[in-house]
Design a protein around this ligand. Structure first.
Ligand code: KG4
Ligand code: ZN
Length: 345
């Protein structure tokens, strides 16, 4: 089909990002700029919405300029502008949508609002030209769900977390143990030298059918285990901390692996063999989680895809790509495009 070059804009959480993607026979990422805000939020142990909104407002236009520059293109070379219109922190989403509207109005280019979750869920089509349909596990700091991706705007939800997302659980664990944010990478690093069997953390909801999950109880269990050590010995050692991280991570791995087995089984009732399992979201960066999912897919004889890490975490290339997919399917928006804090797929 006719080649399309889109600018993508992402500002729904704590990464200010812009990217240029060209799609012809294959998709090509011409540039992908991600200006992370981790350092701004680190002192508070979590993302502060007001700080995020201000940082997006200050940095977005520079990000766009850099993305165009790195792609070696001007606005006149584009075929459209894609922007995350939700779900996310409303201040940031508004900044992105306003900028995209301004650019679209100024250039006359088509404007395409993108669901952030669709951006994650469509990433394996950007990286591996994966055909619809496929099963998607979306695991990030704010989201945790199994989706069947049937088309650019057609997703069925099979289940997901009924409370915290796994990334949030990693971040809270890091906070409780005095480890740096974001918690995922620091807990994973600590866990590498820990004994996962020393603490028996719960595997919530494995006794229930279906592929819904719960991760908020893990945090309580971790807090209790930590306080138990402190009460006994007056403090926690480096090894205690590593063992706590290893025990926590092993529980998350077990729950995600078992629920993925079930999601594959549920999908197989509709379509066997299941065409493919793909994973996306920041938590997909976790080594043991990736390894466990790889094994589960292998056991089930299902092709497994995990995009490269920089495309698993928040970025604007996935938004530009999801915009191209929506545009090809006839989707576009007018100046009435709304920023939506909540927007289920
Ligand atoms: O997809 P993402 O960049 O942002 C959204 O939440 O949409 O995901 C960020 C989350 C954070 O909670 C972070 O702690 C987690 O992904 N994360 C990890 C790892 N790297 C990032 N969790 C576990 N292990 C990791 N290596
Ligand atoms: Zn995300």
């Amino acid at each position: 089909s006719h080649p399309l070059t889109f600018l993508g804009i992402e500002s729904s959480c704590d990464d200010t990002a812009a990217a240029v993607v060209r799609a012809a026979e294959r998709a090509e990422i011409l540039s992908s700029v991600v200006d992370g805000q981790a350092a701004l939020h680190a002192p508070f142990g979590g993302v502060v919405p007001e700080i995020a909104a201000r940082a997006h407002a200050e940095r977005l236009d520079l990000c766009v300029e850099r993305a165009l520059q790195e792609a070696g293109l001007g606005l006149g070379d584009l075929d459209g502008i894609a922007v995350t219109a939700g779900p996310g922190l409303i201040g940031g989403v508004l900044s992105g949508v306003m900028l995209a509207k301004g650019l679209a109005a100024g250039t006359g280019l088509p404007l395409v609002g993108v669901n952030h979750l669709a951006g994650h869920a469509l990433t394996p089509r950007l990286t591996d030209a994966l055909a619809f349909p496929y099963l998607m596990l979306l695991v990030s700091g704010g989201h945790c769900q199994f989706l069947i991706a049937r088309g650019a705007e057609a997703f069925s939800r099979l289940g997901g977390s009924i409370d915290d997302a796994p990334g949030e659980a990693f971040d809270k664990t890091a906070k409780l143990l005095g480890l740096p944010q974001p918690g995922g990478p620091s807990v994973e690093a600590e866990a590498a030298t820990g004994d996962p069997r020393r603490f028996a953390f719960p595997r919530p909801m494995l006794d229930r059918p279906g592929c819904d999950m719960s991760f908020s109880g893990l945090k309580t269990a971790l807090l209790r285990a930590r306080d138990g050590i402190v009460a006994e010995k007056g403090g926690i050692t480096r090894q205690d901390r590593a063992d706590l991280c290893a025990g926590f991570q092993a529980a998350v791995v077990d729950v995600l692996a078992e629920k993925t087995r079930r999601a594959l089984a549920i999908y197989a009732e509709e379509q066997a063999p299941v065409p493919a399992l793909a994973v996306a979201g920041g938590v997909a960066a976790n080594g043991p989680i990736r390894a466990a999912l790889t094994r589960v897919a292998e056991e089930a004889g299902v092709r497994f895809l995990a995009p490269p890490l920089r495309l698993c975490t928040d970025n604007a290339a996935m938004i530009a790509w999801a915009g191209i997919e929506r545009f090809r399917a006839g989707g576009r928006d007018g100046m009435d495009l709304q920023a939506r804090p909540r927007w289920p797929l």
